[in-house]
Ligand binder design. Structure first.
Ligand code: GSH
Length: 243
């Protein structure tokens, strides 16, 4: 199919207006920005100038989308209620806003038949400028003696209090030089703080202290913290205690 005349604005504006009120954020990127930092085996199978959008959930998503979703659907049976809620919000927005466009929607929890993730969420967030992906290689003179340390994304407003939920590829929308790649805000610039961040994330992620590496504008509510710190198998029982 020929490239459509849709512009970045004509995608981001309606998508943002559907999803922002539900506690999500949307950031445009070009497939080429993503593919250029990954090995070919992880590339998205689209030309470099194809428009994609990364979708994040902010702390507000829990109260604005998730609790109302549970209220509507009931809390009897859902196996993966968070994933279902995100899918419901994103797919509704995509079908309402872009009934004419072909959109490849990839969720963070989906795997390919090869067992590889459908997209690398942290890489997508970083190259779109949404959140800096701090990796082991961002620390000079590493103190970990060859040990593997997992990287973590930090959002300039929410620190670690957010999640990367989906990547939307607008298969027939080609963008040119009007979309300039923004650098993600480097909110943890010093080596010492990057070490603290990666250690807190790798060794003590359950205490959630890594999320406060920058002063967050908003964190998860007490209820949301209780929900996510409960093991998934026990969450339905917890929801029932909330009534
Ligand atoms: N698959 C389960 C569901 O759909 O309910 C669990 C979902 C879940 O807990 N996802 C995590 C999450 O949303 C991983 S992305 N965590 C919020 C956070 O860590 O900020």
């Amino acid at each position: 199919m020929a490239a459509s005349p849709a512009s970045v604005e004509s995608v981001i504006r309606p998508l943002g207006s559907c999803l922002t009120k539900l506690g999500f954020e949307v950031y445009p990127l070009k497939v080429g920005w993503y593919n250029s930092v990954l090995p070919p085996s992880l590339h998205l199978p689209y030309p470099d100038d194809t428009l994609a959008v990364v979708v994040l959930s902010t702390p507000a998503m829990f109260e604005r989308a998730f609790l109302p979703f549970l209220e509507q659907r009931g809390i009897q049976k859902p196996c993966d209620p968070v994933d279902q809620c995100v899918r419901d919000c994103v797919s509704t927005a995509v079908s309402q806003c872009f009934s004419e466009l072909k959109v490849d929607v990839r969720y963070d929890y989906e795997l390919l038949p090869s067992r590889k993730p459908k997209f690398l969420a942290q890489t997508a967030a970083h190259v779109s400028g949404a959140a800096f992906y701090y990796q082991q290689s961002d620390v000079t003179d590493q103190p970990w003696a060859g040990k593997k340390m997992f990287g973590v994304c930090i959002h300039p407003s929410f620190g670690g209090w957010f999640a990367i939920r989906a990547l939307l590829v607008f298969e027939d929308v080609t963008v040119g030089s009007e979309l300039v790649q923004p650098a993600p805000p480097d909110c943890v610039p010093s080596r010492e703080d990057r070490i603290k961040l990666l250690e807190a994330f790798n060794f003590r992620w359950q205490d959630w202290s890594y999320r406060d590496v920058v002063p967050p504008a908003q964190t998860y509510s007490e209820r949301q913290k209780e929900y996510f710190s409960t093991a998934p198998a026990l969450r339905l029982a917890l929801l029932r205690t909330w009534g």
